[in-house]
Design a protein around this ligand. Structure first.
Ligand code: HEM
Length: 453
């Protein structure tokens, strides 16, 4: 039996994912070619384009090979990140990250990524995080002691540097726990401090940072030789066995995953805490509610894992900061199979750009998007919203592995430090965005610290 040709060719195209590969139907977009990057220039350019094409638009490549789409509609994002995620891999820009991090889980793809993600996932379960919270607590208690005399004298502190150093300290403690002191002694200080001392992420920096892999390799060897019993990310990574082959990670794999966690887990958390202190200083009503919650919480000295449920408003504040200032403000995918997004055709090779910064300000999904309002994250408000209108940690199988750790880290930081201190913004520079790989502040933020009482 032969099937008769369809009367209406569109009817066939509309069925499943049949895509017109030769003449794909693309959304409208600017006529001039352009290559999007994680730069201030692209940030401004995107703002102009999204005003015209709020949901999706096509960008003709300038020097690159493939056509790109900026996708800013939650339904399409759900499809790319979740329901049809296997048709997309990591895209433009990740080659640069690869120079810094090797083939760690943030850049790898396919079966290798799946294996590595399975291997490191147990380290991010609630049971391990609950124990690692001790390290987060210690780092914050040391900061408390450091800030006490500064508060006595109402000094001006550079909160951008302070939060950068704290977040690096926390992630290193979480990775290496009791081995960290030894590393510092051996290197006369913190060899990883180059990350906080230098915000460039160029080739020179990548080469320098990769030089640190020797330190990580030495710790792995020492642990193997001494059979040391530790509770930290590294020990969970070293104990992990592939469920199919029973094999542990090789040294190279371990090193790449550790370097990945150091960078992915410190810069994002640091910018979140930095922006949070700034937002609190600009919104006294929010700050008072946060203080009230912290003051009424049941801990005596320092919050622990058992107190995070009491710090619900702190969490809402952090979530609202992540809405307005998502550290990962622009990231990419590449289509490896054909797909359709609504009426549009996606041909293999298409570059996809996703910007949580602009999505989180989409007028169809957020009322008064520029207003700082942590009540947007009350459970009843979350329920009413499109789930994919808010993706600071991305979504689907490649969702941030450290999302829970990152939020708990911020809750414990404010739960302790904001109980004692008030930070007031010192206007020595206007606060401007620096949209680089992470959405930082262009100039460090200065704040006057004083005791709350
Ligand atoms: C507020 C803090 C954080 C934010 C906003 C954030 C955001 C993100 C985003 C958007 C992605 C997905 C990127 C993409 O798909 O291209 C991601 C991936 C990742 N993040 Fe985070 N992150 C945060 C904290 C952390 C922490 C604390 C860790 C580790 C301790 C971490 C480790 C990772 C890793 C390993 C990946 C790659 C996951 C994979 O591809 O399987 N992140 N993060």
């Amino acid at each position: 039996m032969t099937s008769s040709p369809p009367k209406n060719p569109d009817a066939v195209k509309a069925s499943k994912d049949d895509v017109n590969l030769l003449n794909p139907k693309l959304p409208d977009g600017p006529s001039a070619p352009y290559d999007m990057q994680t730069t201030a220039e692209t940030f401004v350019w995107l703002n102009d384009q999204i005003a015209v094409y709020p949901d999706i638009f096509t960008v003709k490549p300038e020097k690159r090979k493939d056509t790109a789409l900026l996708v800013n509609h939650p339904d399409y994002l759900k499809q790319i990140l979740v329901s049809k995620h296997d048709r997309y891999i990591k895209g433009v820009g990740f080659e640069r990250v690869k120079m810094l991090l090797g083939n760690g889980v943030i850049v790898s793809d396919g079966p290798f990524w799946r294996k590595q993600r399975r291997m490191i996932q147990p380290a991010f379960g609630k049971d391990v995080i609950e124990k690692l919270v001790e390290q987060v607590k210690q780092a914050n208690l040391e900061l408390l002691e450091k800030w006490k005399p500064l508060a006595e004298s109402h000094s001006v502190i550079n909160i951008t540097d302070e939060t950068n150093e704290l977040a690096l300290d926390i992630i290193l403690r979480a990775l290496f726990s009791d081995d960290l002191d030894g590393i510092f002694k051996q290197h006369n200080g913190n060899p990883f401090a180059m990350l906080t001392d230098n915000s460039e992420r160029d080739l020179k920096m990548a080469v320098k940072f990769r030089g640190l892999t020797k330190i990580v390799a030495d710790i792995i060897t020492q642990r193997r030789e001494s059979n040391a019993d530790r509770l930290d990310f590294l020990s969970v990574f070293m104990d992990a066995r592939d469920k199919e082959t029973g094999e542990a990670m090789s040294d190279k794999e371990l090193i790449d995953e550790i370097m990945t966690i150091i960078v992915a887990g410190s810069e994002t958390s640091a910018t979140t805490m930095n922006w949070s202190w700034y937002c609190l200083s600009q919104h006294p009503d929010v700050e008072s509610r946060l203080h009230a919650e912290i003051d009424n919480a049941s801990y005596e000295q320092s919050p622990g894992f058992e107190h995070i449920m009491e710090l619900g408003y702190v969490r809402q504040v952090v979530e609202e900061v992540l809405r307005l200032y998502p550290p990962v403000w622009l990231y990419t995918r590449k289509a490896i199979e054909q797909d359709t997004l609504g009426e549009f055709d996606i041909v293999p090779g298409t570059d996809i750009f996703i910007s949580p910064y602009y999505l989180h300000r989409h007028k169809d999904y957020w009322d008064n998007p520029e207003t700082f309002d942590p009540d947007r994250f009350l459970p009843e408000q979350i329920k009413q919203r499109h789930k994919f209108a808010y993706i600071p940690f991305s979504a689907g199988p490649r969702r941030c592995i450290g999302d829970f750790f990152g939020i708990v880290e911020a809750q414990l930081h404010f739960g302790l430090l904001a109980r004692h201190f008030k930070l007031s913004f010192v206007e020595d520079h206007p606060v401007e965005l620096a949209p680089e790989v992470n959405l930082r502040t262009k100039f460090p933020i200065k704040m006057r610290i004083s005791y709350r009482t």
